[in-house]
Design a protein. Sequence first.
Length: 89
Amino acid sequence: MILKAKHILVKHEYEAKDIQRKLQNGEAFEKLAKDFSLCSSAPKGGDLGEFKKGMMVPAFEKALLKLKAKEISGIVKTQFGYHLILRLD
């Protein structure tokens, strides 16, 4: 199974909540990823490209697989920090 997603990674939950509010107010996911994400994918708007099932940490993958295409997750905590995930496929 090939998956495609974008994400925003931040260090603190309060940052993720603030970004979540901005998304709900209509701000673009890609712009917020570029402005706030700590991941190396930030310059690409958070785009992680294509990856196979089992390549991401379990909490991230579990949240991603629950999403429909173009849906954004709630806040997902992993050992890397707090993520907001946008499923693309």
